[in-house]
Design a protein around this ligand. Structure first.
Ligand SMILES: [Zn+2]
Length: 251
């Protein structure tokens, strides 16, 4: 039955991924509910249900709007697919447990923030203000051991990133600061250290690859939110195993 439920989680993920795309794209600029139906950004025609099937519609329409032929960003199907796979992976690894709730909350925060940071170069306050209290309630019900590890993690994250912003003068933004601090609270001190290391590693690897294919110069600013989110997911799924492996190197 595990495979059946994992498949259902995948399907739910594809549908929620479609919703997270809309949230990430609209939250920074307009109200989420001012227009209920999805529409083409170019010709503004309301889309039919056939054009709203996650991933599938993009493939069938070969990545173009049916009426105006404007190409649709591959960000949509990629994020839908990513959400589907992450939902499935989360259920597969956690089963029905408190970790499942935490995993789904993390995905629901990280996917829209990633979309928004790529599309608008912003980590929206409204998303952080919506999810922040949910994570605080979660940590009241399921505290870290010891419980104050959340405050140590958040305090350390805030000071570290705040100093980096002062020193680097614009390398990271206030959005990144708040985003990191929230993850410090969720994961605690040692897991936050791993998260911070991984996010800078991912960002550096991406920078190197992009310079190799000559798409960006050294000075080009790349949004950092996607790397923070990817690092947070890595820590959620594999943090304990990675830290154990690291500690074993010195034993
Ligand atoms: Zn169109």
């Amino acid at each position: 039955m595990n495979i059946l439920i994992t498949s259902v989680a995948l399907l739910y993920g594809l549908i929620f991924g479609s919703f997270f795309n809309v949230v990430g794209l609209r939250v920074p600029t307009q109200s989420l509910f001012d227009q209920n139906r999805s529409y083409c950004d170019t010709c503004e025609r309301t889309l039919t249900w056939k054009e709203l099937v996650p991933v599938w519609s993009f493939i069938i329409q070969r990545g173009r709007c049916k009426s105006c032929s404007q190409s649709i960003s591959p960000l949509y199907p990629i994020m839908e697919l990513a959400t589907g796979l992450l939902f499935a992976l989360t259920y597969y690894l956690t089963g029905f447990s408190s970790d499942l709730i935490l995993g789904l909350l993390l995905i629901a925060l990280i996917i829209p923030v990633t979309v928004s940071d790529i599309a608008h170069r912003r980590i929206p306050n409204r998303l952080l203000l919506f999810f922040g209290p949910l994570f605080i309630i979660y940590r009241i019900i399921y505290p870290l051991t010891p419980f104050w590890d959340s405050f140590l993690g958040a305090g350390f994250a805030f000071l570290l990133v705040f100093m980096i912003i002062l020193i680097s003068k614009g390398g990271m933004g206030v959005g990144d600061l708040k985003y990191y601090t929230l993850f410090g609270f969720i994961f605690g001190f040692s897991h936050f250290l791993l998260l911070f290391f991984l996010s800078t590693l991912y960002g550096a690897l991406y920078g190197v690859v992009m310079m190799k294919v000559k798409k960006v110069g050294r000075k080009t600013k790349i949004p950092f939110g996607p790397f923070i989110g990817l690092a947070a997911l890595t820590v959620f799924y594999f943090g304990d195993a990675l830290i154990q492996w690291y500690l074993n190197l010195f034993m």
